[in-house]
Design a protein around this ligand. Structure first.
Ligand code: PAF
Length: 282
């Protein structure tokens, strides 16, 4: 497995390849969710590269950036075991050289970046787009693998790729869950056993919304039932949102037949840890 630290080195490695390249961008603290993306890429491409870069520009909260788990040596070992061809792990200075006007800092995604995660984490998607644009130009992948857990991020990155006019296919892989349903996340390591127990309310609220739909209930009922579950978890102090929306546009719906594909999305805060999850309802 090749360890690459600079964009120049990466470009040289890229030029030496003789077939399609799959790319899994990450911020490290890797878990089964990431490995499922890696395995998918390895099945579909002769070459796979993973990036590990904790991107400072996408954190709206400096405390969250400071506390973000960093497990680089372990990540490297596990990626080696997965048979990844290369890891790109640049420094902050490499990605954001001082004194350069950053052409990637100002992508505008309109409505898509102002709702849900965008409304609760101002500037987050601008930061994601800024780093992903740089990563995509540096890596020049054929296929990009992203996890469904960050569903709004997947839509934003698809729009970004259109803006960049790059011939990159995006593959979204299903959220990987613990056996009790909790969505895997790098932030889960920060949960106390009690918080971990309360965090299950996210999955249960999504399952409940789906059940209400399947049993003929309305969108309002689905939301109400889901909110009851979230509100009954004592350690969930703030529910940022529980929304049921058109999966293509993220516009809220009032009736199930307003959209072909419907998704429910949820975000909560529990004593300094923010968790998100989502599930397709139809
Ligand atoms: O999903 C993530 O881990 C990050 O947002 C990404 C896509 C690697 C950009 O920093």
């Amino acid at each position: 497995m090749k360890m690459i630290r600079t964009i120049d080195e990466l470009k040289r490695w890229r030029e030496s390849l003789d077939g399609p390249l799959g790319f899994v961008p990450t911020m490290g603290a890797l878990h089964e969710g990431h490995f499922s993306l890696v395995r998918c890429s390895k099945q579909e491409n002769p070459y796979t590269i993973v990036s590990i870069f904790v991107n400072p520009t996408q954190f709206d909260d400096p405390e969250d950036l400071r506390k973000y788990p960093r497990t680089f040596e372990r990540d490297k070992e596990l990626l080696e075991r997965e048979g990844v061809d290369a890891v790109f792990a640049p420094t902050v200075e490499e990605m954001y050289p001082k004194g350069f006007e950053d052409e990637d800092a100002h992508y505008d995604f309109g409505y898509l970046e102002r709702i849900l995660e965008g409304a609760h984490r101002p500037g987050h998607f601008k930061g994601v787009a800024q780093v992903v644009a740089k990563l995509l130009r540096a890596v020049e992948p054929d296929v990009l693998y992203l996890g469904q857990k960050d569903y709004q991020q997947v839509l934003i990155i698809k729009k970004l790729i259109e803006k960049l006019s790059m011939p990159i296919k995006v593959v979204m892989c299903p959220t990987v869950r613990e056996s009790d349903g909790l969505a895997m996340s790098s932030r889960n390591v920060r949960l106390s056993p009690q918080q971990r127990e309360n965090a299950l309310a996210l999955y249960r609220s999504l399952i409940k919304a789906k059940e209400v739909y399947e049993q003929g209930g309305s969108v309002v009922e689905a939301k109400q039932e889901a909110m009851k579950i979230l509100e009954s978890a004592p350690l969930i102090k703030e529910i940022d949102y529980f929304e049921i929306v058109d999966a293509d546009t993220l516009k809220p719906i009032n009736n199930w037949d307003e959209a072909d594909k419907v998704i429910a999305l949820v975000a909560v805060r529990m004593e300094g840890v923010r968790l998100i999850d989502n599930m397709f309802i139809k």
